[in-house]
Structures are given as C-alpha cells and as structure tokens.
Ligand binder design. Structure first.
Ligand code: BTN
Length: 247
C-alpha cells in the first residue's frame, strides 16, 4: 500500500479482490469517506448485474467512497454526475475529433463503443449513515474480447501512457463535479452538460423494461434524471430504469 496524494486520501494496491468491495469494507469499518481505492489489477472485479469484470493490469480500476454525499431523494441523480465527471476526464486523453459521449443512464462510449464500466453501490451503515461507492473501470491497454457490444480502449483512441495520469484527472474532475452538484442543488448545470454530450438525443430508441419493450423518441432528461420517451401519438413517459438501444 502506498500513501496517496495530499489532495485526497488514496489507498493504492498492486492487486485487490475488488476496489468496490474494499471501499465497502472501509465504510463498514468506520472510514469517514472521501477515500479513493485503486488496484493495478483486480482478482474478483465486479460488473453490473452480478457480472464479472475482467481486470488485468494496464487498465484503471478505481473506487471512491463517500459518506452522506446527498440526501436520499437526490441519490438517483448521482449516476449523471458520475458519468459526466468520467466523460470529461477521459475526453482529455482521446485524440480529437473522437468524442466521448454518455448513454443513459451512465455508459461512456466513443463512436458507439464502450470505454468505461461504472458500478455505483450504496449501503446503509449501522450508524445510520449512507455509504456511496463509485467504482469505475476504464479500458486503457485492454478491452474485453468477448463483449456482446462494441468496446474500445484509450490506446485504441490514441493514448500512449498508463492508468496513473488518467486517475489523477478523474479524481480532480469528480471532486469538481461533486462540488457543482452540491447535494442536488446544482443538478440543473450537470443535466445541461450531460445533455450536451448525450448519445441519441432526439433519436428513435427502444427501451427495454423488465415487463415490456417501448419504442419512441429520446426527447430529453427531466429535472430528476429520468429519460423522457415521446411516443408516436405525442404522449410522453418518464423512464427511471431500463436498457436503451438506438437503431
Ligand atoms: C459494468 O458492468 O459495466 C460495470 C463495471 C465496473 C467495474 C469497476 S472496476 C473498479 C470497481 N471495482 C469493481 O469490482 N468493479 C468496479
């Protein structure tokens, strides 16, 4: 374990089970939060929906632990703060004219190909406080070979260095966006930046919900971060969770 930068607390490891799991353990042991945990590789990296996240050395694996980051009613907006911060960070390492975009709710894509995996987890601690863990895996030197969707890496996009400079910019940008978010009061600014770099705005899309599939136009993001889907008859439906596909 090495001591971190003076700007934020950081624990960095050569190999970890999962940086998200370690962050959760730190929260349960009473860590005050605002802590970054990074691993050069993960032995049990976790993805969304219980999937495994293959984590060889050469990519970035980082988790941030926050305690009582926002009131419970504002927590659903955090995925947008997270994706905007990560999008802005990776854009600094991508050769123009390539542009990093966000796909609702919080995927980061370049030319339709996934660059980053984000796993947000929260847990109510025995103290009654709320721990939030923001975990992200950024493809730098490697990308999965068996993904059922397009994938890319920063190296494919022209970047020629390692994970450390990317981590430094990411940590800075995350803290900047979290300050702007201001516990939810600044979400209007986040929303407007998010929309500027969103994939598929005003385009037809298919939304897959657990019990049905809907077709419509991705009209906008509402003030609570819900996707507003406009149907052919002009009616609208706010979507809080689901998978979105653009043709
Ligand atoms: C996804 O399924 O797209 C989310 C993947 C999230 C992977 C990151 S890597 C750092 C952190 N630690 C984990 O075990 N998972 C997240």
């Amino acid at each position: 374990m090495r001591a971190g930068s003076t700007r934020y607390r950081r624990l960095s490891f050569a190999a970890v089970s999962s940086t998200n799991t370690l962050a959760l353990e730190a929260a349960r042991s009473g860590d005050p939060g605002d802590l970054w945990i990074t691993g050069e590789r993960q032995l049990e990296g976790r993805g969304r929906m219980g999937r495994k996240w293959v984590s060889e050395a050469g990519n970035l694996y980082a988790s941030w632990l926050g305690i009582d980051v926002a009131p419970p009613a504002e927590l659903a907006k955090l995925p947008f703060v997270v994706s905007l911060a990560i999008r802005n960070a990776v854009q600094r390492f991508v050769e123009p004219p390539a542009s990093a975009q966000m796909k609702w709710p919080n995927d980061i894509l370049i030319d339709g190909k996934k660059l980053v995996g984000i796993l947000l987890e929260s847990s109510r601690l025995p103290s009654g406080r709320q721990a939030l863990i923001l975990g992200c895996g950024i493809n730098i030197a490697h990308k999965p070979s068996d993904a059922p969707y397009g994938v890319t890496s920063l190296q494919d996009e022209g970047y020629r260095s390692g994970p450390e400079p990317v981590f430094e910019v990411l940590a800075e940008e995350w803290h900047r966006q979290l300050l702007r978010f201001d516990g939810g009061a600044g979400f209007a600014h986040i929303r407007s930046d998010w929309l500027e770099h969103a994939v598929g705005l005003s385009r037809p899309c298919t939304v897959r919900l657990p019990d049905r599939t809907l077709e419509g136009i991705f009209e906008t993001l509402d003030a609570d971060g819900r996707l507003i889907l406009r149907f052919a008859d002009g009616t609208r439906r706010p979507i809080s969770a689901g998978d979105v596909f653009f043709s």
